[in-house]
Design a protein around this ligand. Structure first.
Ligand code: 5GP
Ligand code: MG
Length: 178
């Protein structure tokens, strides 16, 4: 069992800045862009991005949160009684560019489910994906549009812990091996 810190507070701030930077490169005015975070890990990343965009451009992007529990193709394997949290998307996604946001991308099943859930809500112009960490291991043909950090050689039972000050008292990314 081991735990290796791969990003501390300063590095994590840099990663989030870099992520915002690459999003701004392809959407300089953030036009038609809405941020939708996938519960739970996507929420703090979404809120951080929103803050960075507000500082940079003085713009407040619409923000929503998506719960995809029942859309997972394997939810019965995860739990017979999934805990349903709330999807909160208080705006229309019709013709919007949705930036889906999550903390870690692994098999791609969550993102597939998220797209399924979104399409039930309307017809966005485009869906893009921003993640803080890509840990590899894809089982679906899904790739992030924007990614702050690729972590290589993560074994299937390893875990990339992502901590946020506002939730866990520190900003940190760790690789935990069993
Ligand atoms: P996937 O559906 O792509 O297999 O897994 C991605 C989802 O599960 C994300 O919502 C993410 O929060 C969570 N997840 C999967 N692997 C990890 C990991 O190593 N670390 C963290 N923090 N979350 C993970
Ligand atoms: Mg998650």
């Amino acid at each position: 069992k081991s735990k290796k810190v791969i990003a501390g507070e300063r590095k994590m701030a840099g990663l989030l800045e870099r992520l915002a930077e690459s999003i701004l490169k392809s959407h300089p005015h953030l036009e038609d862009l809405v941020l939708i975070g996938i519960r739970c890990g996507g929420i703090p990343v979404t809120n951080r991005l929103k803050e960075i965009f507000k500082k940079r451009l003085g713009l407040e992007l619409p923000v929503g949160y998506l719960d995809i529990t029942l859309y997972r193709d394997d939810w019965t394997r995860i739990s017979q009684h999934p805990e349903i949290k709330k999807t909160e998307i208080p705006f229309s996604i019709e013709d919007k560019i949705i930036l889906l946001v999550d903390d870690v991308l692994f098999t791609g099943r969550t993102v597939r489910a998220a797209m399924d859930a979104l399409i039930d809500l309307g017809r966005p112009k485009k869906i893009e994906l921003a993640v803080l960490v890509d840990r590899g291991g894809r089982e679906f043909p899904i790739e992030p549009t924007f990614c702050a950090m690729k972590v290589k050689k993560v074994a299937p039972f390893d875990y990339v812990s992502v901590y946020f000050k506002e939730l866990h008292g520190k900003d940190q990314i760790c690789l935990e091996s069993k």
